[in-house]
Design a protein around this ligand. Sequence first.
Ligand code: NAI
Length: 339
Amino acid sequence: MEKLRIGIAGLGRLGQRHAENLAHRVPNAQLVAACSPVEQELEWARKTLGVAHCYAEYAALLAHPGLDAVFLVTPTSLHAQQIIAALQAGKHVFCEKPLSLDLEDCLKVEAEAARHPHLQVMIGFVRRFDASYRDAAYKIRAGMIGKPYLVRSQTMDLNDPGGFFVRFAASSGGIFLDCSVHDIDLARWLLDSPAPARVTATGTTVIHHGLREFGDVDNGLATLEFADGSMASFMASRTMAHGHETLTEVFGTKGRLTIGGGAQLNRVEMADHNGISHECTPDFYSRFSDAFLLEAQEFVAAALGQGKLSLKLHDATEATRVGLAMARSMRDRQAVDLL
Ligand code: NAI
């Protein structure tokens, strides 16, 4: 079987998950090299996954003989420059979301990708690979809810009392670019890519007051109007008491779809003196682990010329454009026009 030889950059919280998938669960992928400035992370890759070639420098990873593709699971601030360098080195690129926090950089990446049409570039909007979201998209395209006109979508994370994300607030781009960017992409996808027209956003800080110094919030609300009259509304939260809950509703002229309601961890329900209850997904990975695998499989197949990518690089630029507008709207306390 022909295999895609992949090098991964970034072995943090999510990078280790991607590395495990590439090493063990994507049959036509071969994880041949890894890169991180942190020696313990490289040691993990050597010991746990048997990765033979480990590099502290990204340029050395790109120079690894015979490498076909890179997986970028690095801090968002590095994505654009690392994608461009990989394309110039002749590698296919998978990169985590968001593409960049800077619109100019998104456009530079698109321009570089256009210079290398034989190379695949995919930004990992993982929810597009989730079975439930795919079923919803299928039902919408089949006309089962009539004309869809409103998406209401929310990403809500279990409160982390240690405030892990506060330390990254300066580089994450804030709650809309870090969290709502997924919901923005979903809304565009489920509504068939109408042009974003106008954004309003606001937010509040109820637990993690350290976010204030970065102009960030731990609960955000936003609305997005599209040029064709359809709409979306978003909520993002870092302070849920019950778990991770990604919930999306799509309203159409003949029906409504709800995806992810209840945030069940599994199909077990308990009935006792407290009533009826179920456990909840604790974090994004427990909710989307199958989808992370499927997106890796799609990327590898496309890079081997055995399939097509189901999302475009420009989708990622649009998600950043809308996310930036939300951050600006919240900061300036006024609507932002996007047309
Ligand atoms: P993290 O901070 O845990 O890991 C970042 C990794 O990058 C670390 O291994 C670090 O050593 C490495 N790194 C730093 N500088 C580097 C360089 N110059 N070259 C190579 N490696 C370098 O961050 P986390 O949470 O894993 O996030 C990484 C990316 O994944 C972010 O862009 C984030 O937005 C995205 N993400 C996406 C999610 C999704 O649902 N699709 C969920 C969580 C994160």
